[in-house]
Design a protein around this ligand. Sequence first.
Ligand SMILES: [Ca+2]
Length: 243
Amino acid sequence: MDLHHFQPQILGSRFQDFRNRRLHLVFVINDFPPGFLFHPFGIQYFAHLDIRLQTDGTFYREQLGDGFFTYCVEDEAGKLDINALSNTTGIILRNLIVQLGYPQEIADMVVDSILDWKDIDELHRLNGAESDYYQTLPNPCKAKNASFDTLEELLLVKGVTPELLYGNGKQKGLAAFLTVFAKTNKIQINAAPRELLASIPGMTDDLMENIMTARTMGQIGKIRDLQNVIANKCECQPKIDHL
Ligand SMILES: [Ca+2]
């Protein structure tokens, strides 16, 4: 099984703060070992594993008795923070939505509407929506005009469907790539999922593969590391920040 392309049936997930990072642990059902349901989920379990994990959503398989399960760790710093989203970084989100298979018109509507939902004014963008639109819905409401508290709030925003947010079992949804916890408009290059890297303007297939390869060898920690990656010289710092 190619775990990198495995489409999980999510069993459970939780957020866990670890060394000043907020991690998202996702467990999925496979050939599930009896009794594991009673195992406490959490970083404490992984602390017993003598492995170094990628925190970019890469799936791992773990044998447990006669069964096995798969899991991934997502570092929230590797995701796009919707509260820090701007007209500039909105391009990344537009590209991501298109990459997920949606038309450009949907991408434009969703990104403009997210920006309108959280900005303080009632002036909608070209493809966006403010309170005048939300007041016409069967369950009228107003644009929040403030930051998102959770990703689930996105379901209130014009154009955002449950399938777009959570995926459909075959395709990941936006929730795998967005966060409200990063508190920055920057994306941690060591933790960004492949799809998000691919959505950055100017990203090429070659550069992305160089980054992915470098990350398996160590952390990209300095500008010089990144220069090496761009030059396809994977001389990164040995990974020391592991679980
Ligand atoms: Ca607004």
